[in-house]
Design a protein around this ligand. Structure first.
Ligand SMILES: Nc1ncnc2c1ncn2[C@@H]1O[C@H](COP(=O)(O)OP(=O)(O)OP(=O)(O)O)[C@@H](O)[C@H]1O
Length: 451
């Protein structure tokens, strides 16, 4: 049963009608008092609660009710309905434990979608996590993801559980930990797998091009718009959009993004009628968005909108037990692709690999393994072979650190030296530094380095 709490009879009846037509059983409550009477005795599967009771316009009453409901029914997902202007209320509600919020006037499809997602995620019987990799692989497709450490198993269990829902997912973790791979796996295991997976690197899109890139434009919409352009949201319709480096989005673009995520509608530049899309949102960042929210550089409402579910990927140094499997996987892939004989690692070589700090995470391990194989050209690798490559690489990157230099000055100097070494080849520089090309672009911009 879904409990609708609203003091406006028109809203109660239109929501009841919508939900009953969608096949749900519905109960309604007119006031917080009546709502508490109900939840005290019955456990609804979900609660839909309007925050703006007519008695107090501040929404305080709604927040108090939410807290009370959470005491009686901590497991029951609550979806809040708020006015568009009272987003901060929705944010407070999310902090109090609401599952999601929608703004008035709501979009029926978006609301039903959120309800469906909440109910799916709350299903108990299907939620028994798999114990090991074999059990997971029997039911799901994670063939590109290597590893069987308990941390990875836990992550894959979460991905398996949430993939089929439409929940927005935020993937966090250092550069090179496999965030993009996890985003692809969410899509591949979802009902949308046959539709598009569209990756957008928000770190690489300038503020001025954001709208035309994301929403598209009509010919003549602005001076340089010589043809129509389809935006990324349109391309991702019915599928998944992967918003990489979302922490790099400036505040003015954040608000534009929030609008689309709120009601899955946007306007193409130069075309005033709204376009409706059906999109699953997966985002990733290596920034600490919570700190950015506290520092007011990331909108709190957007933060809640994108991370119904958060998946944190640990650094490689925190799951060293996966290193041998990963190293052999990268070796096999490289040799197969290049028609080379199979390469094995001695146990000393594996021990050496397991000891490295990997600031560039799995990407760094992959590069090190590939470099060592290509340079040595032999089918059995010892620790000395790897050590040489590792040292060559790190010593080439050595930066002269003078007393008093700030971290930023050291970073700038490292980038300048690496650019020189690789003759400004940005792909090679990014690989050498263990960061993505977009992350490199941002740093070049930050330090005013022109090449
Ligand atoms: N578990 C894994 N198994 C096999 N390959 C992996 C795994 N995790 C990451 N990789 C590989 O490591 C490289 C980096 O992964 P990916 O691009 O997904 O990281 P990322 O966290 O998105 O990095 P960035 O933040 O820099 O964009 C890729 O080549 C990817 O295929």
């Amino acid at each position: 049963m879904i409990l609708i709490i609203d003091d406006d009879s028109a809203i109660r009846s239109s929501l009841s009608f919508l939900l009953k037509r969608a096949g749900y059983e519905v109960e309604t409550a007119v006031s917080p008092k009546e709502a508490i009477e109900i939840v005290r005795f019955i456990s609804p599967e979900l609660i839909l609660m309007d925050m703006n009771f007519s008695l107090s316009t501040s929404g305080e009453e709604g927040l108090v009710l939410l807290k009370q409901v959470k005491i009686f029914r901590p497991e029951t997902p609550v979806i809040l309905i708020t006015a568009w202007g009272s987003i901060s209320l929705a944010v407070q509600g999310m902090q109090t434990g609401a599952f999601d919020f929608i703004t008035k006037p709501w979009n029926n499809a978006t609301l039903l979608d959120s309800i469906h997602t909440a109910l799916e995620l709350n299903k108990k019987e299907e939620n028994t996590p798999a114990k090991d990799r074999r059990e997971i692989d029997n039911k799901f497709c994670f063939d590109k993801i290597i590893g069987k450490s308990p941390t990875l198993i836990e992550i894959l269990n979460t991905v398996a559980r949430i993939a089929r829902t439409n929940a927005s997912v935020l993937i966090t973790g250092e550069s090179g930990t496999g965030k993009e791979l996890i985003a692809e796996a969410i899509h591949a295991n979802s009902k949308r797998s046959k539709e598009a997976f569209v990756k957008v690197n928000l770190g690489g899109i300038s503020q001025s091009l954001f709208e035309s890139e994301m929403f598209g434009h009509k010919k003549g919409a602005f001076t340089d718009a010589s043809t129509d352009r389809t935006g990324r949201f349109e391309l991702a319709n019915k599928g998944t959009i992967f918003l990489d480096e979302i922490g790099d989005l400036d505040l003015s673009c954040q608000v534009k993004l929030l609008r689309v995520l709120q009601d899955q509608t946007f306007e193409v530049l130069g075309d005033s009628h709204p376009h409706k899309v059906d999109i699953r949102i997966v985002s990733a960042t290596n920034c600490d968005l919570r700190t950015m929210v506290n520092e007011h550089t990331f909108r709190e409402d957007l933060f809640y909108r994108i991370n119904l579910i958060t998946i944190h990927l640990p650094a490689l140094r925190e799951r060293k037990e996966d290193i041998p499997l990963l190293a052999q996987h990268f070796a096999d892939k490289l040799t197969l692709e290049n028609g080379l004989p199979t390469v094995r690692f001695s146990s000393d070589a594996m021990d050496f690999l397991k000891r490295l700090p990997y600031s560039g995470n799995i990407r760094e391990l992959k590069n090190l393994v590939e470099r060592t194989i290509l340079i040595n050209n032999k089918d059995s690798l010892d620790s000395i072979d790897i050590e040489k490559q590792y040292q060559n690489h790190t010593s080439n990157q050595d930066t002269t650190i003078c007393p008093g230099m700030t971290l930023e000055e050291i970073e700038k100097q490292t980038i300048l030296q690496t650019l020189e070494k690789h003759k400004n080849n940005l792909s090679q520089v990014a690989t050498a530094l263990g960061i993505s090309r977009a992350a490199l672009y941002r740093r070049l911009e930050k330090y005013n380095i022109t090449i």
